[in-house]
Design a protein around this ligand. Structure first.
Ligand code: PLP
Length: 279
Protein backbone atom coordinates (compact mmCIF):
# COMPACT_ATOMS: atom_id res chain seq x y z
CA UNK A 1 0.00 0.00 0.00
CA UNK A 2 0.97 3.59 -0.55
CA UNK A 3 0.61 5.81 2.53
CA UNK A 4 0.28 9.57 2.57
CA UNK A 5 2.42 11.31 5.18
CA UNK A 6 2.93 15.07 5.43
CA UNK A 7 2.88 15.81 1.73
CA UNK A 8 4.53 12.61 0.50
CA UNK A 9 3.34 9.31 -0.88
CA UNK A 10 5.52 6.46 0.39
CA UNK A 11 5.43 2.67 0.67
CA UNK A 12 3.90 1.57 3.98
CA UNK A 13 7.21 0.06 5.11
CA UNK A 14 8.72 3.52 4.85
CA UNK A 15 5.96 5.52 6.53
CA UNK A 16 7.27 6.54 9.96
CA UNK A 17 6.19 8.95 12.69
CA UNK A 18 8.32 9.98 15.69
CA UNK A 19 7.79 8.30 19.09
CA UNK A 20 7.31 11.88 20.32
CA UNK A 21 4.21 12.36 18.20
CA UNK A 22 1.52 13.57 20.61
CA UNK A 23 -1.04 11.27 19.04
CA UNK A 24 1.12 8.36 20.22
CA UNK A 25 1.92 9.80 23.67
CA UNK A 26 -1.39 11.50 24.60
CA UNK A 27 -4.03 10.48 22.06
CA UNK A 28 -3.77 14.14 21.05
CA UNK A 29 -5.21 13.94 17.56
CA UNK A 30 -8.28 13.62 15.36
CA UNK A 31 -9.29 11.07 12.74
CA UNK A 32 -11.90 10.52 10.05
CA UNK A 33 -13.02 7.53 8.02
CA UNK A 34 -14.68 7.85 4.61
CA UNK A 35 -16.21 4.84 2.87
CA UNK A 36 -15.43 4.13 -0.78
CA UNK A 37 -17.95 2.21 -2.89
CA UNK A 38 -17.40 1.63 -6.61
CA UNK A 39 -14.46 4.03 -6.29
CA UNK A 40 -16.74 6.81 -5.03
CA UNK A 41 -16.14 8.65 -1.75
CA UNK A 42 -19.36 8.47 0.28
CA UNK A 43 -20.65 11.45 2.32
CA UNK A 44 -17.13 12.86 2.10
CA UNK A 45 -18.16 16.52 2.46
CA UNK A 46 -19.74 15.66 5.80
CA UNK A 47 -16.63 13.81 6.97
CA UNK A 48 -14.31 16.66 6.04
CA UNK A 49 -16.59 19.22 7.69
CA UNK A 50 -16.51 17.11 10.85
CA UNK A 51 -12.71 16.80 10.60
CA UNK A 52 -12.48 20.57 10.49
CA UNK A 53 -14.83 20.94 13.45
CA UNK A 54 -13.04 18.30 15.58
CA UNK A 55 -9.66 19.92 14.92
CA UNK A 56 -11.02 23.33 15.78
CA UNK A 57 -12.44 22.03 19.08
CA UNK A 58 -8.95 20.98 20.21
CA UNK A 59 -7.09 23.86 18.51
CA UNK A 60 -5.17 21.88 15.91
CA UNK A 61 -4.96 23.72 12.57
CA UNK A 62 -6.28 22.05 9.41
CA UNK A 63 -3.20 20.47 7.79
CA UNK A 64 -4.43 21.41 4.30
CA UNK A 65 -7.47 23.15 2.84
CA UNK A 66 -10.46 20.83 2.34
CA UNK A 67 -10.07 20.62 -1.45
CA UNK A 68 -6.41 19.60 -1.05
CA UNK A 69 -7.41 16.86 1.37
CA UNK A 70 -9.88 15.55 -1.20
CA UNK A 71 -7.01 15.40 -3.70
CA UNK A 72 -4.95 13.36 -1.22
CA UNK A 73 -7.87 10.96 -0.76
CA UNK A 74 -8.37 10.58 -4.52
CA UNK A 75 -4.66 10.13 -5.16
CA UNK A 76 -4.41 7.40 -2.51
CA UNK A 77 -7.53 5.69 -3.85
CA UNK A 78 -6.07 5.70 -7.36
CA UNK A 79 -2.54 4.63 -6.38
CA UNK A 80 -3.92 1.76 -4.28
CA UNK A 81 -6.63 0.77 -6.77
CA UNK A 82 -9.27 1.07 -4.06
CA UNK A 83 -12.77 0.35 -5.35
CA UNK A 84 -14.42 -0.67 -2.06
CA UNK A 85 -13.22 0.01 1.47
CA UNK A 86 -12.25 3.05 3.50
CA UNK A 87 -9.88 5.99 3.50
CA UNK A 88 -8.52 6.84 6.95
CA UNK A 89 -7.26 10.34 7.80
CA UNK A 90 -5.41 11.29 10.97
CA UNK A 91 -4.12 14.63 12.15
CA UNK A 92 -2.16 14.82 15.41
CA UNK A 93 -0.86 17.92 17.16
CA UNK A 94 2.69 17.01 16.13
CA UNK A 95 5.96 16.18 17.84
CA UNK A 96 7.67 17.70 20.90
CA UNK A 97 9.51 16.41 23.96
CA UNK A 98 6.95 14.87 26.30
CA UNK A 99 5.04 17.45 28.28
CA UNK A 100 1.29 17.88 28.84
CA UNK A 101 1.54 21.48 27.76
CA UNK A 102 2.33 22.37 24.18
CA UNK A 103 3.66 25.43 22.41
CA UNK A 104 2.04 27.52 19.71
CA UNK A 105 4.61 26.39 17.13
CA UNK A 106 3.42 22.77 16.79
CA UNK A 107 3.41 21.34 13.28
CA UNK A 108 0.61 18.75 12.86
CA UNK A 109 1.37 15.28 11.51
CA UNK A 110 -1.11 14.40 8.78
CA UNK A 111 -1.28 10.81 7.58
CA UNK A 112 -3.75 8.94 5.40
CA UNK A 113 -4.11 5.36 4.23
CA UNK A 114 -6.63 3.09 2.51
CA UNK A 115 -8.09 -0.24 3.57
CA UNK A 116 -9.74 -2.68 1.18
CA UNK A 117 -12.99 -3.95 2.68
CA UNK A 118 -16.21 -5.57 1.57
CA UNK A 119 -18.83 -3.13 2.72
CA UNK A 120 -21.95 -3.69 0.63
CA UNK A 121 -21.73 -7.48 0.71
CA UNK A 122 -20.51 -7.81 4.28
CA UNK A 123 -22.30 -10.58 6.16
CA UNK A 124 -23.27 -8.07 8.87
CA UNK A 125 -24.91 -5.69 6.39
CA UNK A 126 -26.77 -8.51 4.66
CA UNK A 127 -27.92 -10.56 7.62
CA UNK A 128 -27.85 -8.19 10.57
CA UNK A 129 -25.86 -8.28 13.79
CA UNK A 130 -26.21 -8.91 17.51
CA UNK A 131 -25.16 -6.09 19.83
CA UNK A 132 -24.54 -6.19 23.57
CA UNK A 133 -24.91 -3.54 26.21
CA UNK A 134 -21.88 -2.22 28.11
CA UNK A 135 -21.35 0.87 30.28
CA UNK A 136 -20.20 3.97 28.43
CA UNK A 137 -16.85 4.63 30.08
CA UNK A 138 -15.62 7.28 27.67
CA UNK A 139 -14.72 10.89 28.39
CA UNK A 140 -17.27 13.72 28.32
CA UNK A 141 -16.55 15.17 24.83
CA UNK A 142 -17.56 12.32 22.56
CA UNK A 143 -18.62 14.79 19.87
CA UNK A 144 -14.92 15.22 19.05
CA UNK A 145 -13.56 12.38 16.91
CA UNK A 146 -10.28 11.90 18.76
CA UNK A 147 -7.84 9.01 18.38
CA UNK A 148 -8.19 8.52 22.15
CA UNK A 149 -10.27 5.36 21.68
CA UNK A 150 -9.51 3.09 24.64
CA UNK A 151 -13.13 3.16 25.85
CA UNK A 152 -14.26 1.88 22.46
CA UNK A 153 -11.44 -0.66 22.19
CA UNK A 154 -12.30 -2.23 25.56
CA UNK A 155 -16.05 -2.16 24.94
CA UNK A 156 -15.67 -3.92 21.58
CA UNK A 157 -13.22 -6.47 23.00
CA UNK A 158 -15.65 -7.29 25.84
CA UNK A 159 -18.64 -7.90 23.56
CA UNK A 160 -16.70 -9.72 20.82
CA UNK A 161 -15.48 -12.25 23.38
CA UNK A 162 -19.17 -13.20 23.79
CA UNK A 163 -19.89 -13.37 20.07
CA UNK A 164 -21.48 -9.94 19.66
CA UNK A 165 -20.65 -7.72 16.69
CA UNK A 166 -20.94 -4.30 18.32
CA UNK A 167 -21.27 -2.73 21.76
CA UNK A 168 -24.16 -0.38 22.50
CA UNK A 169 -22.97 1.96 25.21
CA UNK A 170 -25.18 2.95 28.11
CA UNK A 171 -25.07 5.91 30.46
CA UNK A 172 -27.67 6.59 33.20
CA UNK A 173 -29.85 3.83 31.71
CA UNK A 174 -29.96 5.42 28.25
CA UNK A 175 -28.19 4.20 25.11
CA UNK A 176 -25.66 6.77 23.95
CA UNK A 177 -24.45 5.11 20.71
CA UNK A 178 -22.50 2.14 19.40
CA UNK A 179 -18.76 1.94 20.13
CA UNK A 180 -18.18 2.90 16.48
CA UNK A 181 -21.70 3.55 15.19
CA UNK A 182 -24.93 5.46 15.75
CA UNK A 183 -27.84 3.54 17.30
CA UNK A 184 -31.41 3.68 15.93
CA UNK A 185 -34.56 1.85 17.01
CA UNK A 186 -38.06 1.62 15.54
CA UNK A 187 -40.81 1.66 18.15
CA UNK A 188 -44.19 -0.11 18.00
CA UNK A 189 -45.78 3.09 16.60
CA UNK A 190 -43.44 3.06 13.58
CA UNK A 191 -41.39 5.92 14.97
CA UNK A 192 -37.66 5.85 14.28
CA UNK A 193 -35.75 7.01 17.35
CA UNK A 194 -32.15 8.12 17.70
CA UNK A 195 -30.39 10.16 20.35
CA UNK A 196 -29.99 13.88 19.65
CA UNK A 197 -26.50 15.20 19.02
CA UNK A 198 -24.73 16.59 22.09
CA UNK A 199 -21.37 16.23 23.80
CA UNK A 200 -22.46 12.67 24.71
CA UNK A 201 -22.22 11.25 21.16
CA UNK A 202 -20.33 11.64 17.92
CA UNK A 203 -22.49 13.42 15.33
CA UNK A 204 -22.57 10.63 12.75
CA UNK A 205 -22.27 11.54 9.08
CA UNK A 206 -24.19 8.42 8.06
CA UNK A 207 -26.78 9.31 10.72
CA UNK A 208 -27.25 12.67 9.02
CA UNK A 209 -27.55 11.11 5.56
CA UNK A 210 -30.06 8.53 6.83
CA UNK A 211 -32.11 11.21 8.62
CA UNK A 212 -32.47 13.00 5.31
CA UNK A 213 -33.76 9.79 3.71
CA UNK A 214 -36.20 9.28 6.61
CA UNK A 215 -37.59 12.75 5.99
CA UNK A 216 -37.86 12.24 2.23
CA UNK A 217 -39.65 8.92 2.77
CA UNK A 218 -42.17 10.62 5.06
CA UNK A 219 -41.24 8.35 7.93
CA UNK A 220 -41.41 9.71 11.47
CA UNK A 221 -38.20 10.44 13.33
CA UNK A 222 -37.83 11.40 16.96
CA UNK A 223 -34.51 12.61 18.30
CA UNK A 224 -34.67 11.69 21.96
CA UNK A 225 -33.05 9.51 24.57
CA UNK A 226 -34.11 5.86 24.77
CA UNK A 227 -33.47 3.24 27.42
CA UNK A 228 -31.96 -0.21 27.07
CA UNK A 229 -35.39 -1.68 27.83
CA UNK A 230 -37.06 0.34 25.07
CA UNK A 231 -34.35 -0.75 22.64
CA UNK A 232 -34.69 -4.41 23.59
CA UNK A 233 -38.48 -4.20 23.09
CA UNK A 234 -38.17 -2.37 19.74
CA UNK A 235 -39.79 -3.60 16.55
CA UNK A 236 -36.62 -3.01 14.55
CA UNK A 237 -33.16 -1.68 15.27
CA UNK A 238 -30.18 -0.70 13.19
CA UNK A 239 -26.86 1.03 13.39
CA UNK A 240 -25.10 3.36 11.01
CA UNK A 241 -21.49 4.29 10.30
CA UNK A 242 -19.33 5.05 7.29
CA UNK A 243 -18.03 1.48 7.07
CA UNK A 244 -21.15 -0.39 8.23
CA UNK A 245 -23.58 1.73 6.13
CA UNK A 246 -27.03 0.82 7.47
CA UNK A 247 -26.61 -2.45 9.38
CA UNK A 248 -29.67 -4.23 10.81
CA UNK A 249 -29.58 -5.16 14.51
CA UNK A 250 -31.39 -8.43 15.14
CA UNK A 251 -30.51 -9.03 18.79
CA UNK A 252 -29.67 -6.81 21.77
CA UNK A 253 -28.06 -8.83 24.56
CA UNK A 254 -30.27 -11.89 25.02
CA UNK A 255 -33.36 -10.18 23.52
CA UNK A 256 -34.40 -10.85 19.95
CA UNK A 257 -35.52 -7.79 17.97
CA UNK A 258 -38.78 -8.33 16.06
CA UNK A 259 -38.72 -11.80 14.54
CA UNK A 260 -34.93 -11.94 14.60
CA UNK A 261 -34.57 -10.89 10.96
CA UNK A 262 -33.68 -7.48 9.52
CA UNK A 263 -36.86 -5.39 9.62
CA UNK A 264 -38.66 -3.98 6.54
CA UNK A 265 -38.09 -0.29 7.38
CA UNK A 266 -34.41 -1.00 8.05
CA UNK A 267 -34.15 -2.76 4.69
CA UNK A 268 -35.83 0.12 2.93
CA UNK A 269 -33.48 2.72 4.44
CA UNK A 270 -30.49 0.48 3.74
CA UNK A 271 -31.52 0.07 0.10
CA UNK A 272 -32.06 3.78 -0.47
CA UNK A 273 -28.80 4.68 1.27
CA UNK A 274 -26.89 2.28 -0.98
CA UNK A 275 -28.65 3.46 -4.13
CA UNK A 276 -27.77 7.08 -3.33
CA UNK A 277 -24.18 6.12 -2.46
CA UNK A 278 -23.77 4.40 -5.79
CA UNK A 279 -25.65 6.95 -7.89
N1 PLP B 1 -20.27 6.98 16.90
C1 PLP B 1 -18.99 6.63 17.11
C2 PLP B 1 -18.48 6.56 18.51
C3 PLP B 1 -18.15 6.32 16.02
O1 PLP B 1 -16.88 5.97 16.23
C4 PLP B 1 -18.69 6.37 14.70
C5 PLP B 1 -17.86 6.06 13.53
O2 PLP B 1 -16.81 5.51 13.62
C6 PLP B 1 -20.03 6.72 14.54
C7 PLP B 1 -20.78 7.04 15.66
C8 PLP B 1 -20.64 6.81 13.17
O3 PLP B 1 -20.18 7.94 12.51
P1 PLP B 1 -20.14 8.01 10.91
O4 PLP B 1 -21.51 7.67 10.42
O5 PLP B 1 -19.79 9.42 10.64
O6 PLP B 1 -19.11 7.03 10.46
Amino acid sequence: RTIYINGEYVAEEEARVSVFDRGFLFGDGIYEVTAVIDGKLIDNDLHLARLERSLKEISIPMPLPVDEIVKVQQELRDRNGLTEGVIYLQVTRGEADRDFGYGEDMKPNFIAFTQNKNLVNANSVKNGVAVDIVPDNRWARRDIKTVMLLGQVLAKKAVKANGFHEAWLVEDGFVTEGASSTAFILTGDNVIVTRPNSHAVLPGCTRRAVMKIIEEENLTLEERLFTVEEAAAAQEAFLTSASSLVTPVIRIGDRTIGDGKPGPITRRLQGIYLDLARA
